[in-house]
Ligand binder design. Structure first.
Ligand code: AMP
Length: 417
C-alpha cells in the first residue's frame, strides 16, 4: 500500500509525500500502514513497536497532518505533546518531525526540551509558544513550574517508548503531566513491551484504542546476523581491536557494563590508533551530542557505550554492534543489537562469551529462542574454565535472579574460615 492511500487529505498529501520521498521512504512500514489511517480517523492507538519499525514517522506524519488541518490557535499554544524517555530520543524525534514538516504550507514550530542542559535557552525559545513539544518528563515539569508553557491546549499526546519511561522511573512525572492535559484529547501509546504496569498505564489514558501489533514487515525487519565468540575476559580488548581491523567495519558500537569500562576500553583503542570515544550517562550533554555527531559523520569509528545508548539511538547504516560485556537481560540484548540492521539494512551483532558468562548467555539465548554456534578466533582462544565456586555453586555466572542469597554468602564466609 503506498503512502498516498493512508488517508492524508489531498491538500496536504503533496507536501508530506515530498518530505517522505526526500527521506528515501518508498513505502510505509507495517506499523505506519496500520497506525496512520487510525490516527487520521481520530482514534487512540496502542502499538507494540519494536526499535527500527518506523514508529517515529508512524506518529509524526498523522500528527503533522492533524495540526496542519486545524487552524492554529493564537497565541501559539502547545497542541501536540510527544513524551520520550531520553535526551537522545527527544533530539532524534524532534529532527524527524521537523524534516517531515518542512514542506507543509503552514510553518509548525517544534520545540525540543530535555534535562541535563541549561533551562534558560529552552525558556526563551518557548516565549513565542510552540505547536509541537517533544520532551522528557522531568524537564517538561520544570518548565511548567517556571510558567514557561501550559498544556491546557494539548489535543494530541504521544507516549513514545512508554516501557522505557517507566523503567527510568518517570511514573510519577507522567501521572502529574497526564493530570495537566485536557481530558478530551487523542492519545497514541507506543511501547516495545507490555508488562502489567504498561497495560495499566495504557488502560488509564486511552479511549477505546485501536491495538496495533505488527509482525515486522520485510523492509522493516532488522536483518541482523548474530554471533557469539568465546574469549577470556582479559583478551577482549585485543580481540576487539583485531575485529575492528579485520572485519573492516567503518563504525562499531561496543557495549560495556560500566562507565569506567567505557572509558578504559575507549582509551586502550585510542592508544592503538583507533578513533574511539566513550559514551555514558556521566558525560555532559554537550559531549554526548558531540560524540554522536562525530559517530554519524564517521569521524569516530568506535563508540564504547553503557546501556544509555541501547535504546533510542538511530544511526543509519551502523554495520556492527559488539557486546564486550553481556547485557543483564534478554530485553537489553534485543535493544542493544537493534542498533544495527536498521530499516532493511544488514547488520552484525557479536557477543563476547567467557567461561564465566556462558551460562548467562545461554539464558539470554533461551529467552530469545535461539542458539548460536560458539566461535573462536585464532590467537584469542580462551583458556579459562569455570570452576563452580562457593559463591556461585550453580555455576550460573551471576545470572539475574540467581545471585547468592545473604544466607548463601554467610555460609560461604563460614566455609572459608
Ligand atoms: P524508528 O523505528 O522510527 O526509529 O525508525 C527506524 C528507521 O527507519 C529510521 O532510520 C527511519 O528513518 C527509517 N524509516 C522510517 N520509515 C521508513 C520507511 N517507510 N521506509 C524506509 N525507512 C523508514
Amino acid at each position: 500500500m503506498p503512502f498516498s492511500s493512508l488517508g492524508f487529505s489531498p491538500a496536504l498529501l503533496p507536501a508530506l509525500l515530498r518530505a517522505i520521498t526526500e527521506k528515501g521512504y518508498s513505502a510505509p512500514t507495517a506499523i505506519q500502514a496500520e497506525a496512520i489511517p487510525a490516527v487520521l480517523q481520530g482514534r487512540d492507538i496502542v502499538a507494540s513497536a519494536q526499535t527500527g519499525s518506523g514508529k517515529t514517522a508512524a506518529f509524526a506524519l498523522p500528527l503533522l497532518h492533524q495540526l496542519a488541518e486545524a487552524p492554529a490557535g493564537s497565541p501559539r499554544r502547545v497542541r501536540a505533546l510527544v513524551l520520550v524517555p531520553t535526551r537522545e530520543l527527544a533530539a532524534q524525534v524532534g529532527e524527524a518531525i521537523v524534516s517531515l514538516a518542512q514542506h507543509l504550507p503552514q510553518r509548525l514550530k517544534v520545540a525540543v526540551v530535555f534535562g541535563g542542559v541549561s533551562i534558560n535557552p529552552q525558556m526563551m525559545n518557548l516565549r513565542g509558544g510552540a505547536d509541537i513539544m517533544v520532551a522528557t518528563p522531568g524537564r517538561l515539569i520544570d518548565l511548567i513550574e517556571h510558567n514557561a508553557l501550559t498544556l491546557s491546549a494539548v489535543g494530541l499526546l504521544v507516549l513514545d517508548e512508554a516501557d522505557r519511561l517507566l523503567d527510568l522511573g518517570f511514573g510519577e512525572e507522567l501521572a502529574r503531566l497526564l493530570a495537566l492535559l485536557p481530558a478530551r484529547r487523542q492519545s497514541l501509546f507506543f511501547s516495545a513491551t507490555f508488562p502489567p504496569a504498561i497495560e495499566a498505564l495504557a488502560a488509564g489514558m486511552l479511549h477505546e484504542p485501536v491495538r496495533i501489533e505488527v509482525q515486522a514487515a520485510p523492509q522493516a525487519e532488522p536483518d541482523i546476523v548474530q554471533r557469539a565468540i568465546e574469549v577470556d575476559p582479559r583478551s577482549r580488548t585485543q580481540l576487539l581491536r583485531h575485529l575492528v581491523q579485520t572485519e573492516k567495519w567503518d563504525r562499531v558500537l561496543v557495549f560495556v557494563a560500566t562507565k569506567h569500562a567505557a572509558e578504559i576500553v575507549a582509551d586502550k583503542l585510542r592508544k592503538a590508533d583507533i578513533q574511539a570515544e566513550p559514551f555514558h550517562g556521566e558525560l555532559s550533554q554537550g559531549k554526548r551530542s558531540q560524540v554522536l555527531q562525530d559517530f554519524k559523520l564517521k569521524a569516530v569509528q568506535v563508540v564504547v557505550a553503557t546501556d544509555v545508548a541501547a535504546r533510542g539511538l538511530d544511526i543509519a547504516q551502523l554495520p556492527a554492534v559488539v557486546n564486550y560485556d553481556l547485557p543483564r537481560s534478554s530485553v537489553d540484548y534485543i535493544h542493544r543489537i537493534g542498533r544495527t540492521g536498521r530499516a532493511g539494512e544488514t547488520g552484525i551483532a557479536i557477543s563476547f562469551v567467557s567461561a564465566a558468562t556462558e551460562a548467562h548467555f545461554r539464558l539470554i539465548e533461551k529467552r530469545q529462542k535461539s542458539s548460536l554456534p560458539r566461535e573462536q578466533v585464532a590467537g584469542f582462544e580462551p583458556v579459562e574454565v569455570q570452576a563452580p565456586s562457593a559463591l556461585d555453586p550453580a555455576g550460573t555466572g551471576g545470572i539475574k535472579g540467581k545471585r547468592p542469597s545473604k544466607k548463601d554468602k554467610l555460609r560461604a564466609l563460614a566455609a572459608e574460615k
